[in-house]
Write a protein that binds this ligand. Structure first.
Ligand code: 13P
Length: 252
């Protein structure tokens, strides 16, 4: 069976200036001593990436971006390409976060194009999927549709570079976390989907995170679930102390 390394990722959304980002990094780094196999990732806004990339060179803290444009370059005002992100030191990029889907119109066709653009530039995509509260009873349908459409054209070799994040939209920023059992059940369903559309080795090798109101207080029980390989953290990732506590929960 393939060993999956845990990943604790902090999605900062629209928070922090470059200066505030630097202060966060300086405070967090000493708290990460001896993280070992656990990968730790911050995902600040675009404007903080270049400076973060310089600060994090050779450090045990990875850098990611919150979104990308699917074209390599051109007349796309406001767009940021995969190559630009890689040049800032990004290793990862979020694709299809529910806020991009719901507030910025990223549909599954766009998400698939972004995913492929990231892979073409050797960025590792974190594909976010999840259902709204009204879709909760139909979670399997929603997730199956997202996986089928978003992974269009992605072969087994490319899949190995993708992390999936299951983020139930009703749990994001609401303080309502999926219970560890519900999160485990949905994530194991995602793994079964991978097994049936790729193979069992791909299913066992794919890293799948949970996101939605992850806090120091609930991180241990979520991360203890056999199919949950890490967390995508919003609010609690904005403070070095609470983010470091979530990283510590993955060490247990
Ligand atoms: P919260 O942890 O603030 O609920 O945000 C989750 C999220 O959307 C991470 O991408």
């Amino acid at each position: 069976m393939t060993m999956r390394h845990p990943l604790i990722a902090g999605n900062w959304k629209m928070h922090k200036t470059p200066q505030e980002t630097e202060e966060f990094i300086v405070e967090l780094l000493p708290k990460l001593a001896g993280v070992g196999e656990i990968e730790v990732l911050i995902i600040p806004p675009f404007t903080s990436l270049d400076r973060s990339g310089t600060l994090l060179q050779g450090k045990s803290l990875q850098l990611g971006a919150q979104d990308l444009h699917y074209e390599a370059e051109g007349a796309f005002t406001g767009g940021i390409s995969a190559r630009m992100l890689a040049a800032c030191g990004c290793k990862y990029v979020l694709v299809g976060h529910s806020e991009r889907r719901e507030l910025f119109g990223d549909d599954d066709t766009i998400v698939a194009r972004k995913l492929n653009a990231a892979l073409d530039s050797d960025l590792m995509p974190i594909l976010c999927i999840g259902e709204t509260l009204s879709e909760h009873d139909l979670v399997e349908e929603k997730i199956t549709r997202q996986l089928t459409q978003d992974l269009t054209g992605v072969g087994g070799k490319a899949l190995a570079k993708i992390t999936i994040a299951y983020e139930p939209i009703w749990a994001i920023g609401t303080g309502k976390t999926a219970t560890p059992e519900v999160a485990q059940e949905t994530i194991s369903m995602i793994r079964r989907w991978i097994a049936s559309h790729y193979d069992e080795a791909a299913a066992q090798g794919t890293r799948i995170l949970y996101g939605g109101s992850v806090k120091p207080a609930n991180a241990v029980s979520l991360l203890a679930q056999p199919d949950i390989d890490g967390a995508l953290v919003g609010g609690a990732a904005l403070v070095p102390g609470s983010f470091a506590q979530i990283v510590d929960a993955a060490r247990l």
